[in-house]
Design a protein around this ligand. Structure first.
Ligand code: SAM
Ligand code: SF4
Length: 329
């Protein structure tokens, strides 16, 4: 079987698919207050098209998918799509990244889907007013309820915390403290300029080292062996049930073992978060491409995967300014 191996010998087995560009929140670091210009519905991939793309990718060795957005649960019938994807026998894991504001009523159904194992819940503050300031929406009680339900559920729970200078850096160690009694992984993400505008004025740069130093000022941490292709460097803390991780999303020290590709909600194939899109799969499919055509296309696109995110960024036509909501974070 042909599989997806890039020119640097990296085997691609993971695809991140944005199922929509729409979102019910307006996080400061992701989009402007008025939101982004969403595309007409017909320009979004249909679930059938997404199923087919994933099927072809799994026939080329992909066995994991992360569904993201925008907010995946904003798209109508998303839970039915999860059921549909579960029928793909070549897929081992279906993971989801969500803001948690619309999912509490679906948790029981999702728990029954054996391939859905990991949920990443984005929560950047534990204070309702600050949470509202960051997300520009007043949904903290619902998100916190989701957090509690997910923690009790059979799903593996990771919290995503984007570290934002001037907003939530004073809460980093409160999030670490959460792992004392809770069996969860809290992951701190370096902020990137994917917010619809470009680089934000930051009081201080909160990169991997600064985040780690901040945590070490209060806790004794031990680095855990990382799984190959992990996006985070992970740590245990003495007497804590859970773990913490730091994702060097902006300083990009994790590219060597990259095993990922991305597909945006409009069907743009991306080899790297930092590239500006390599190919429009939607038009290719709608113009009649067969599964064999798609396979040949993927095998050739993967050979263009840049060595790392810095090379990808340097090759872009424009600066990094698009919203994470359109890319699928
Ligand atoms: N709406 C869902 C959510 O917020 O979890 C899924 C999509 S969101 C784009 C995926 C992840 O990207 C979230 O954890 C979010 O915090 C993160 N993210 C968005 N914009 C970011 C940025 N500029 N820098 C770093 N992470 C970002
Ligand atoms: Fe929406 Fe997620 Fe972006 Fe926040 S980070 S605006 S929840 S897509």
């Amino acid at each position: 079987m042909s599989t997806l191996i890039d020119n640097f010998g990296r085997q691609i087995n993971y695809v991140r698919l944005a199922v929509t560009d729409r979102c019910n929140l307006r996080c400061q670091y992701c989009m402007p207050a008025q939101g982004i210009d969403i595309v007409p519905r017909k320009e979004l991939l249909t679930y059938k098209e997404m199923y087919r793309i994933i099927r072809v990718l799994t026939e080329l060795g992909v066995n994991k998918v992360r569904l993201t957005g925008g907010e995946p649960f904003v798209r109508k019938d998303f839970v039915s799509f999860l059921e549909m994807l579960s029928y793909n026998d070549l897929l081992d894991d279906i993971n989801i990244t969500t803001n948690g504001a619309l999912i509490s009523k679906h948790i029981k159904t999702i728990e029954k889907l054996k391939k859905v194992k990991n949920i990443n819940l984005s929560i950047d503050s534990l204070h309702p007013e600050k949470f509202a300031k960051i997300t520009r929406r007043d949904v903290f009680p619902e998100v916190y309820k989701t957090f509690e339900l997910l923690e009790k559920s059979s799903l593996n729970l990771k919290l995503n915390v984007v570290v934002q200078s001037g907003f939530n850096t004073d809460e980093i160690n409160d999030f670490v403290q959460l792992t004392k009694d809770k069996d969860i992984a809290v992951r701190f993400i370096e902020e990137m300029p994917f917010n619809g505008k470009g680089q934000r004025n930051a009081e201080e740069v909160w990169n991997y080292n600064k985040i780690l130093n901040n945590i070490q000022s209060e806790f004794t941490v031990t680095e855990l062996p990382s799984k190959k292709s992990s996006t985070s460097r992970n740590f245990s803390i003495e007497n804590h049930r859970g773990t913490i991780g730091i994702i060097p999303a902006f300083t990009r020290t994790i590219c060597n073992d990259c095993n990922r590709i991305r597909i945006t909600s409009t069907g743009t194939f991306k080899n790297c978060l930092f590239d500006d899109g390599v190919f429009n799969l939607r038009d290719f499919i709608r113009n009649g491409a067969s599964n064999e055509d798609l396979k040949a296309l993927f095998l050739s696109l993967i050979k263009e995967k840049p060595e790392n995110g810095f090379v990808a960024e340097a090759n872009r036509k424009g600066n990094v300014t698009e919203s994470m909501s359109t890319i699928g974070g």
